[in-house]
Design a protein around this ligand. Structure first.
Ligand SMILES: Cc1ncc(C[n+]2csc(CCOP(=O)(O)OP(=O)(O)O)c2C)c(N)n1
Length: 379
């Protein structure tokens, strides 16, 4: 396995001065070291395409390639600026992409990672990007790989992809957050409290990562299948658009979008679409722990922003915030009273139970049940 510190030292010795990306659990060890770099050397992007944009700007101003890190599920966000700007057929911008390879054939993984993992090689080949798998045992080989990658990127003037398999980097244990939480509840506690306040008749769309796992487990334990829950297991950042699509055609029931701060930031423009189309049945709850908790707890940029103010300026009818569990029920009642689109920021602390389960149903059977609960039966 590779020590992240040595890996970063090597990259710095090869002239890499900017590290930017969206965190991934396979890169967890590396990402926690990046967090310790000064703010002008490490930037967590709002999404993977934005990180590619940062790398392009960095090259234009310094003549040096940056490193962009991401999970392979984020490659879709990056394809546009990669192929239509950085590509050697357009501007020709050197950069290194370090990509966590979820769903690699032969490695057990969740359904949402399997297709993306399987098509990775063909996808990179069809993008005509040079790529390699990072060796993980011999440090000399790792150094040669990095050296070749930078040399190729710089001489060909193109992005160069390094794929990272599971178990490549060593990880240190997660930073302790207890005592640093101002008494904020956990995401799971806040979720359970919210679900109680919502009752049985809402449609709930939950965001990517631990929140969906916690929701699923809660339903299983409560003996109800969660048939009115749709888990956004992939497509991070699109939970609110899915909820909007449903709310625009739903007359009877409320649609509650259960979002994360990282996911909200990833495609924040959707908030204006929500406000513009303004379904009265749309309610947005952001579980704000300030970090990408599900993949290792790297900070998001949400701390520079006031979420309720943002929602109000975007045009939501109402926006509230709390970190108190005993205020949730009253806030839900107020939102219902005023009607949507309305937003509630729940300030929660980072972290999750280590034994949290994973959805046991296939995505297809969950979809069928969800649609049937809405009275839609697929042919
Ligand atoms: C496009 C894309 N990029 C990255 C990921 C990896 N990923 C899964 S969950 C997650 C963090 C989500 O953070 P947030 O929305 O703040 O929720 P939290 O985990 O903190 O509850 C990330 C980065 C992904 N699934 N999809």
């Amino acid at each position: 396995m590779i020590e992240p510190v040595r890996f970063l030292e090597k990259l710095e010795s090869l002239g890499v001065r900017l590290f930017t990306g969206v965190p991934d659990s396979l890169l967890r060890g590396l990402c926690s070291h990046l967090d310790e770099l000064p703010k002008n050397r490490h930037i967590v992007g709002a999404n993977e395409g934005a990180a590619v944009g940062l790398a392009i700007g960095h090259y234009l101003r310094t003549g040096r390639p940056a490193l962009v890190y991401l999970q392979n599920s984020g490659i879709g966000n990056a394809i546009n600026p990669l192929l239509s700007l950085a590509d050697e057929d357009v501007y020709g911008i050197p950069m290194i992409l370090l990509v966590g390879w979820r769903g690699k054939v032969g490695v057990k993984d969740e359904p949402q990672h399997l297709k993306q993992g399987r098509v990775m090689e063909a996808l990179l080949d069809s993008m005509e990007l040079p790529w390699v798998v990072l060796p993980r045992n011999d440090l000399d080989e790792v150094e040669r790989c990095l050296h070749d990658a930078i040399e190729t990127a710089v001489s060909r003037k193109c992005p160069y992809v390094i794929m990272v398999e599971k178990g490549t980097f060593t990880t240190t244990s997660r930073k302790e957050t207890a005592g640093d939480d101002d008494g904020r509840p956990s995401r799971e506690e806040a979720l359970q409290c919210l679900i109680r306040a919502l009752g049985e008749h809402t449609i709930n769309i939950s965001t990517t990562g631990m929140l969906s796992r916690e929701l699923f487990e809660h339903r299983e334990q409560a003996g109800r299948g969660g048939s009115c829950d749709f888990l956004t297991v992939g497509g991070m950042g699109h939970c609110s658009s899915i909820a909007l699509g449903i709310a625009l055609r739903e007359r009877e029931r409320e649609v509650w979008c259960l979002d994360g701060d990282g996911a909200l930031l990833m495609h924040m423009g959707t908030m204006t679409t929500i406000a513009k189309h303004a379904p009265a049945s749309f309610f947005h709850v952001v579980f704000n722990n300030g970090v990408h908790d599900s993949v290792g707890g790297q900070p998001t940029s949400i701390d520079v922003m006031n979420i309720p103010k943002l929602a109000e300026h975007a045009g939501y009818r109402l926006a509230l915030a709390t970190s108190a569990l005993d205020e949730i029920e009253q806030h839900v009642a107020t939102m219902r009273d005023r009607g949507g689109p309305a937003l509630l920021e729940l300030k929660v602390r980072p972290g999750n139970r280590s034994d949290i389960g994973r959805p046991t149903r296939t995505p297809k059977s969950s979809k069928r049940e969800f649609m049937a609960a809405l009275g839609i039966f697929e042919g």
